[in-house]
Design a protein around this ligand. Structure first.
Ligand code: BGC
Length: 763
């Protein structure tokens, strides 16, 4: 990069920073202080990253023998993508371990001559991996050309070649459907051609946050011995991948999204729409589509992943209860190495009335490490709602009568007979007409709290039990109430740890006088994004591929403790949108194409964070499934699809883990901005799922007039919809709403503030 380019890139960064509200130059976002390692984190982060690696192909080339020598190709051996770009990846880790460092730490024998060639090539000015700037980050780096002579020379020094390929997308930047994006570049293909011609054994290591084109693997036949999908494993990436390559960890990750034979095989054909995106595939997202209509177009299916050992499954029974079913199974390790197996319980629903997917994930479990030829029993619970369908005509989740076939990893279980059609849950109609919504909004108008006489009370009086929260809220002035419905106004609030994402709650002098503390937020899903050194965790897809909710919960309990130690109240995580299409820039922050797995993983993250005394904020509610024009685009989705797919993950997470907050998304959903969405926020989230926390916007919101009450705009419209806090906020008034509505929002914010005070005081 020339100096001119660098200056242009800095100028562009400044403009973007301005637009993002932070007005910070690049240097000002760098971490200060000394890089300290949070105790226990390296081990746990390493284990999780390793257990989330997915072995896609293996002819016995892996595991590598510690006595054998490897030659490592591909510049990402050094310029590893540890995380995706944007708010979900912008963490300052105390250290990172790339693949070469991971191999060295394991004392792996590798071709040093080749390693040095890569090192000096990557270090030269014109080849350096530049970081890019907001929305313009590199999705790949140009490869070092490798000719036949170099490859052949390396093959004299090593029996096995490793080729590392890297891809990275991010916030505001979907992956492109072109070479260097979804497809390999010509240079990458040339590298694989050359290496596989020179070596008898080649292992491909994929370092990516997105599903990318892998149709080329087949064309190399036995010239490619193994393919390991390493994702973006955070700061411990290199150690984790080395663990798997050398069999210290037996691969036990399984895919959480489908790799298809071609991009055109994916059903989400309208991805990338600029003003609106019709979700015309309906409920047939990911495997729901492929299993039902296009099994031949699957390269590596959802749930797929190899191990260095083999497993057998024996069904022990399937019992039906009122709201759930329980499957019992025995898993036997039938091979010579210890290992863990993921059991996916599949249900093939009866096909009455409606079109239904061929099969749905009904539950899952993961064994512990099973010694060779030993076994373990597992119980997998299936919530019947996961196998029901949503009937739009009656607005209810319905279980049709009939026989439901169940299988676990391809082994048939007994069928489940539902003698009579059952309504599992009646729900509120949503996405209704404006007239109906107006009536419902009026029905949900809160009453003003009766006035109290004690006027100088503060929040500590509530904490001490001298007055109730309602009594306290009742005495706040309208100005004080209004100050609670907007954040402080910008990112990197001076009230919190440098680099935070913003503050709300006690952000005005009047509220501070009443002892209301500011509530400090920080991104994000892969560790705290601050101007401090914090652990960089594996990306969410990597985590989900472990299928181990307990491990993920533990990781986030530790991450939560680190966040708490850094003075942050709210971690803006987990990201819970469905991976509708492989190109979505933030897929790395999301778990899966399946809502059950998404919900369970999201719940594990929330439980972990909140166990550590930090509040979690799942996001982006809902249908933020692409980054292109995410803040102008309308996601057009049928109610059935919303209920069964796009809301379901959030529902599972909210009902099981009770997050303290939830963040709405930028986009519209069926014509209404998510941050003004009364139906989703008031009727569904609070009304049906019992959410009693704080709903915040994603950073800034669109100005809009309320169609149901044309006198209401912006903040007033938002509040009537039930969205509490505009983040990071611009304290502007809300004209036209009642004092009761302001009090309702204030109550939500203050009960969180109270909870934060109590946690910090250890009570
Ligand atoms: C992102 C959120 C993030 C927020 C604060 C937004 O641009 O969409 O996920 O939490 O910024 O950084």
């Amino acid at each position: 990069m020339t100096n001119l380019h660098r200056m242009a890139s800095k100028a562009a960064q400044w403009v973007v920073d301005k637009a993002m509200g932070s007005s910070l130059a690049q240097e000002e976002t760098e971490a200060t202080g000394t890089p300290e390692v949070f105790p226990g984190m390296p081990e746990l982060a390493r284990r999780t990253a390793a257990e989330g690696c997915v072995l896609l192909k293996n002819d016995g080339t892996l595991p590598l023998s510690p006595e054998g020598s490897v030659a490592v190709f591909g510049r990402c051996q050094l310029d590893w993508f540890f995380m995706g770009h944007g708010s979900g990846g912008d963490v300052h880790p105390p250290y990172t371990v790339n693949l070469m460092e991971g191999l060295s730490a394991r004392n792996a024998i590798y071709d040093h001559v080749l390693a040095e060639i890569y090192q000096s090539w990557c270090a030269t000015e014109e080849n350096r991996a530049e970081p890019g700037w907001w929305g313009h980050w590199p999705t790949h780096y140009p490869e070092m050309p490798v000719n036949d002579n170099l490859a052949r020379a390396a093959s004299h020094n090593a029996q096995t070649a490793i080729v590392v390929l890297g891809r990275c997308a991010g916030e505001s930047q979907d992956l492109k459907l072109k070479r260097g994006g979804y497809y390999l570049t010509n240079e990458e293909r040339a590298l694989i051609d050359t290496v596989t011609s020179a070596f008898e054994h080649t292992v491909i290591v994929l370092n990516t946050g997105n599903v990318i084109d892998l149709s080329w693997v087949e064309s190399y036949g036995s010239r490619i011995g193994a393919v390991l999908l390493a994702w973006q494993g955070g700061m411990e990436s290199g150690n984790a991948v080395a663990d798997v390559l050398y069999g210290v960890v037996n691969p036990c990750g399984r895919l959480t999204s489908t790799f298809a034979t071609s991009y055109n095989a994916y059903p989400s054909t309208n991805f990338g729409g600029k003003r609106k995106v019709e979700y015309s595939e309906g409920i047939f997202v990911g495997y729901r589509h492929f299993d039902s209509f296009a099994p031949a177009e699957v390269l590596y299916p959802f749930g797929y992943g190899l191990s260095y050992t083999s497993f057998g499954i024996e069904p022990l029974g399937l019992e039906l209860h009122e709201q759930y079913a329980v499957a019992r199974l025995r898993v036997t390790n039938t091979g010579p190495r210890a290992g863990r197996e993921v059991v996916k319980l599949w249900c093939h629903p009866t096909k009455e009335n409606l079109s239904k997917p061929e099969r749905v994930l009904a539950g899952f479990g993961k064994t512990g490490e099973i010694a060779p030829y030993h076994r373990e029993e597992l119980q997998i619970v299936c919530d019947l709602k996961s196998i029901a369908f949503f009937d739009e005509t009656t607005s209810s989740f319905v279980l049709d009568a009939g026989t439901y076939r169940f299988e676990a990893n391809g082994t048939e279980m007994a069928g489940l007979v539902i003698p009579q059609k059952r309504i599992l849950e009646r729900c509120q109609p949503i996405c209704v007409t404006s007239a109906d919504r107006r009536a419902l909004m009026l029905e949900h108008m809160p009453h003003e709290l009766p006035p109290t006489t004690w006027l100088n009370a503060n929040l500590t009086d509530v904490a001490n039990g001298n007055l109730t929260l309602d009594e306290f809220v009742a005495q706040l002035t309208n100005d004080e109430l209004q100050a609670l419905m907007c954040g402080e106004g910008f990112m990197n609030s001076e009230l919190g740890t440098p680099g935070n994402a913003g503050a709300f709650g006690g952000v005005s002098p009047e509220l501070q006088q009443r002892a209301v503390p500011p509530i400090i937020c920080a991104d994000g899903p892969s560790g705290a994004r601050l101007r401090r050194y914090c652990s960089l965790l594996p990306c969410a897809t990597n985590l989900a591929c472990t299928w181990d909710t307990e491990l993920v919960r533990k990781l986030y309990t530790l991450a939560g403790s680190e966040v708490a130690q850094n003075g942050v109240d709210v971690l803006l995580a987990p990201g819970m949108n469905i991976q509708r299409n492989p190109l979505c820039g933030r897929n790395f922050e999301y778990f899966s194409e399946d809502p059950l797995l998404t919900g369970c993983m999201g719940a594990a993250v929330v439980q972990g964070i909140q166990e550590a005394g930090v509040s979690a904020c799942p996001k982006h509610f809902a249908c933020n499934n692409q980054e292109l024009r995410r803040n102008t685009c309308d996601s057009r989705v049928s109610v059935r699809t919303l209920r069964e797919v796009y809301l379901r993950g959030f529902e599972i997470c909210v009902r099981t883990a009770k997050p303290d907050l939830i963040m709405t998304s930028y986009n519209k959903i069926n014509g209404i901005w998510a941050h003004y969405h009364f139906d989703l926020v008031t009727l569904v989230l609070r009304g049906e799922w019992g959410f009693d926390g704080v709903v915040i916007t994603d950073w800034w919101m669109r100005p809009a007039r309320c169609p149901e009450f044309p006198a209401l705009r912006n903040n007033a419209y938002r509040l009537r919809a039930g969205v509490d806090v505009l983040m990071p906020g611009t304290p502007k008034g809300a004209r036209g709403i009642s004092r009761g509505e302001l009090q309702r929002t204030a109550r939500a914010v203050l009960s969180l503030a109270l909870k934060r005070m109590q946690i910090k005081n250890g009570s």
